[in-house]
Design a protein around this ligand. Structure first.
Ligand code: TRP
Length: 331
């Protein structure tokens, strides 16, 4: 609890173009917490440099991610929206927590194993300790709830382990956070390979739909989406491609699976794919319009990130000085 409110924290990396998977699985749901919780939504630029970045692009995407947060409905007056590297307490706590995290625990992380397989020539220490920085992000604000995609569950468990370990030694310093993972239905899969998650770093253009894709591109990508050889729009075991499209359509329109099956009875996949594309493009239109307005106003984005960082720092300092005192630093 901070200011008598439960705390919500989440982070999004500015290292890729955000997809409808990020939107439906995470960002879209963030604003629901704003009224009753104290919310921190962070652009985690320090996590991004665990893989090599082009500096100008990282900077551009940092602005873009902040603008997208706002365009997706997060009001900067009701949420702490800020950039991770602007609040040095994240790095400080991360170092301390490194000393309470075991080599063996980190070596078990599946994301580390995946990423080191993909970046064989740059398996750096930051990639290895990535989950510790994430734990620091979360624990710094006495967070109770962390809305994330299912792929982050293992990192969340590690955050809880670190918090427990620290609390066992020093008393109740950290709140132990809970993940808030949307229902299975909102796990959006790749359009090209529907058994794998839609990932913003996918090299196949047709696998992902980006929040900022123009309408014609969105429609084209859905038209090309991989489906099986059947023709009926029906949610069924093993029909991963069509199931994914039904899920996406349902998320954007609010219709249930059986309503969708009825709507497309006797119509083929072709019709359905166009309808999914239309629904997606229509739903994203207001987000895109707001985004293009915001991205032109750099001064506004800069003042927003500055006041977000100031207010986040205020809360972060409280936890950090307590931690420093506990471990025996002179403060
Ligand atoms: N690792 C998260 C991801 O890639 C991003 C992240 C960093 C995060 N710190 C966080 C998410 C803290 C939730 C809470 O999606």
């Amino acid at each position: 609890m901070l200011d008598n409110k439960k705390v919500v924290f989440s982070g999004v990396q500015p290292s890729g173009n955000l997809t409808i998977g990020n939107y439906l699985g995470a960002i879209r749901n963030f604003s629901a917490f704003s009224e009753e919780h104290l919310c921190f939504y962070c652009v985690v630029d320090m996590h991004s440099i665990t893989v090599r970045q082009t500096p100008a692009e990282l900077r551009r995407r940092t602005y873009e991610t902040l603008a997208l947060y706002i365009a997706c409905g997060l009001d900067p007056m009701k949420n702490n929206l800020y950039v991770q590297s602007h609040v040095p307490a994240h790095a400080e706590l991360s170092w301390i927590l490194n000393c309470y995290t075991m080599f063996g625990e980190l070596a078990r992380m599946t994301q580390f194993k995946d990423k080191s397989a993909k970046n064989e020539t740059n398996i750096n220490a930051g990639l290895f300790t990535y989950p510790v920085l994430m734990a620091a992000d979360i624990l710094l604000y006495q967070t109770e709830l962390v809305p994330v995609g299912a792929d982050q569950k293992q990192h969340l468990e590690m955050t809880r382990d670190i918090a427990h370990r620290f609390n066992n030694i020093y008393g109740d310093v950290f709140v132990v956070p809970e993940p808030y993972i949307p229902a299975e239905g909102t796990r959006i899969m790749s359009l090209a390979e529907p058994t794998t998650k839609m990932s913003k770093s996918d090299e196949n253009e047709n696998a992902t739909v980006r929040i900022l894709d123009p309408k014609d591109v969105i429609i084209r990508k859905f038209k090309r989406a991989v489906t099986d050889s059947g023709s009926e729009v029906r949610f069924a075991e093993g029909k991963d491609g069509i199931n994914n499209l039904i899920t996406i359509y349902s998320c954007f329109t609010g219709k249930t699976v059986s309503e969708i099956e009825r709507e497309f009875e006797g119509r083929g996949y072709g019709d359905f794919k166009i309808a999914v594309g239309e629904a997606c493009a229509d739903a994203l239109k207001p987000v895109q319009e707001k985004f293009s307005e915001l991205i032109r106003d750099k001064a506004y984005l800069e003042s927003t990130m500055k006041s977000g960082a100031d207010s986040a720092s205020y809360y972060a300092r409280k936890t950090l000085s307590k931690v420093k005192r506990k471990v025996g630093f002179v403060i």
